[in-house]
Design a protein around this ligand. Structure first.
Ligand code: ARG
Length: 569
């Protein structure tokens, strides 16, 4: 249920009756003394109407109809309205339910997109995890979500790699698979040969030309390379429980045919200018401080195309063919200028045919504990597979220490869920705009805003049911709160849907994390104040319902972050 939207609607109706103009500005109350929600829009509306805000607030109160929703509305300060929700309204909330968005949109989400010439590394962790959570929530809201894994599967470095692969394996598939088992080593070896051997260099250049010309032999080697590299990525996706599958791969190579068309179209519209032999688009909005215009290069002097050209073709495809209403791009903040540029060129050239909202969702870097970019001790790139192994090992270690009752099988599986969940949550819970420090102890801590804390809260509720021999299926669906701690928990449970809306509007999963953390905290406060198994009759039933609703919401929320729960830990 959308509490904020409902309150805003009612407030807006009251404003209209009084000829007031402006948004109601509903937000969750910042402190319990301020009720559950507050409306902050009265002051601005009063100012516009040149009236006294407190008087306006009191007239709004007179005409405001919240009888079925609120038990109390009070004027505070210069004209805030503090709203306390009523218990029967709260009881109608269906825990963990996501209401269908309206309108339902076609939303293309561009995320993960590793470079297939190399092994997937930590640089692709954030886009993969954050993008996948937003995708899950958009789908839960009923949008038509189209995942696009814009992998780097084209470009000059493949000339070197394919030549090296051919030299070492001939045409045998199995041999290729074993050569490419460690892509990082393979890349290094190929590069060494390239730097040392002039003949190899020349053959590599020819390979690029052949590849671009669509030579069937070299294309077959390329395809073999891409398949193997992509299957490495798929292993990581599966381990991370990320919803990407090979069907979502739409690599750079897939736009090759459209690249000359992109250039033609720009030329026809007089948007191209030659500069140092390269084809460029100059747009006034990209002026430097000195007044020079920064060009967007779309074709190099040797005829080669660039990252930007491919992204322009992708915009054409996503709007004309996929009919996107929104396109969300999850990449590193360092690509911000690139996206600004291609969005501007696309607008100038009329490429965005479905008039989609093109949104870059940037994120900061993952840092090591020294505050520098995250690397291995030896200064190399951290391989994702090894990072995930370590997370699982550490989680298993912790489980063994914390709970000697767990069987080896439980430790194995629960360790996996907790280890992977910890890594994902550490990323998701931070505002993506900032850099964040990758810290094993923090992310695996059972206290604070962490996955283990939330998973533990869930497991604790399950243990209450187990101790009380409660079959949760026999509990009623709804309960009306009586105690204040129950009511506050019910308010939080009912706020789930609103938070999801905020996440998908702005692409910020950390709002959902903060919500779940608050939910777990509210549950603890409730549990401290309101004994469950020691109470009796209706009181006990009601409290069991709140516990069950908390568990359902925690589980659903974690699921939307791509994180699992366990019954014991
Ligand atoms: N392959 C690029 C990289 O590794 C990311 C691609 C992001 N998507 C896009 N449409 N440009 O940085």
């Amino acid at each position: 249920m959308h509490i904020k939207a409902t309150l805003a609607e009612r407030l807006q109706a009251a404003f209209a009756k009084l000829d007031l103009d402006g948004p109601a500005l509903i937000q969750a109350a910042t402190r319990p003394e301020f009720g559950d929600y507050q409306a902050n829009g009265v002051m601005a509306a009063a100012k516009k109407a040149k009236q006294n805000p407190r008087e306006v607030a009191s007239r709004v109160l007179d005409v405001l109809d919240l009888a079925d929703i609120a038990s109390n509305v009070e004027i505070a300060g210069p004209g805030f309205l503090n709203i306390t929700l009523n218990k029967t309204y709260l009881a109608q909330a269906e825990p963990g339910a996501v209401s269908p968005a309206s309108p339902q949109q076609t939303i293309v989400v561009d995320y993960s997109a590793p470079n297939l010439a190399k092994e997937m590394h930590v640089g692709h962790l954030r886009t993969t995890i954050i993008g996948d959570s937003v995708v899950r929530i958009l789908e839960a809201q009923g949008h038509n979500v189209i995942r696009q894994n814009h992998v780097g599967d084209w470009g000059t470095q493949f000339g070197m790699l394919l030549t090296y692969l051919k030299d070492n394996t001939g045409d045998a598939n199995e041999m290729a698979a074993s050569e490419l088992a460690d892509l990082e080593n393979f890349y290094r070896a190929a590069k060494q040969r390239f730097d040392a051997d002039a003949d190899f260099q020349e053959r590599s250049r020819q390979a690029v030309v052949k590849l671009q010309a669509g030579d069937p032999d070299i294309l077959a080697v390329w395809q073999r390379f891409i398949n193997i590299s992509m299957s490495h990525c798929q292993d990581i996706y599966d381990r991370l429980e990320v919803t990407l599958s090979p069907d979502h791969t739409m690599g750079e190579s897939r736009y090759n045919d459209d690249l000359p068309e992109v250039i033609n179209s720009l030329r026809k519209q007089n948007l191209l200018q030659e500069s140092d032999g390269a084809q460029c688009v100059f747009l006034d909005e990209f002026k430097s401080k000195k007044g020079d215009i920064l060009p967007v290069i779309v074709q190099k002097s040797d005829g080669g195309y660039l990252y930007a050209t491919t992204d322009l073709a992708a915009i054409r495809y996503r709007t004309s063919h996929l009919h996107a209403n929104r396109v969300l791009y999850f990449t590193d903040a360092r690509q911000a200028l690139h996206f600004k540029q291609i969005f501007a060129v696309a607008a100038a050239a009329g490429f965005n045919t479905s008039n989609a909202s093109l949104e870059h969702m940037p994120f900061g870097s993952m840092l090591g504990e020294d505050g520098k970019p995250f690397k291995t001790r030896a200064g190399g790139v951290v391989k994702l597979a090894e990072l995930l192994d370590e997370a699982e090992q550490r989680a298993r270690q912790l489980l063994k220490q914390n709970n000697p009752d767990l069987s080896p099988e439980e430790i194995q599986e629960t360790g996996r869920i907790i280890g992977i969940g910890a890594i994902k949550y550490a990323d998701l819970s931070k505002n993506r705009n900032s850099d964040y420090v990758f810290d094993w102890d923090q992310m695996l801590s059972f206290e604070g805003n962490t996955a283990p804390y939330l998973q533990y809260a869930y497991a604790r509720i399950q243990s209450i049911f187990a101790r009380g021999d409660i079959d949760t299926r026999s509990l009623p669906n709804q309960a009306v709160s009586e105690d204040e701690a129950e009511r506050r928990l019910a308010v939080t449970i009912a706020g789930f849907d609103d938070v999801l809306q905020q996440v998908t509007q702005e692409g910020y999963p950390h709002f959902l994390c903060a919500y779940l953390y608050e939910l777990a905290t509210r549950f603890t406060q409730f549990y401290d104040a309101c004994p469950i198994l020691k109470s009796e009759g209706e009181v006990k039933t009601r409290r069991l319902v709140f516990a069950q609703q908390t568990a359902v919401t925690l589980k659903r929320g974690l699921d939307l972050l791509g994180i699992g729960v366990v019954n014991r830990m």
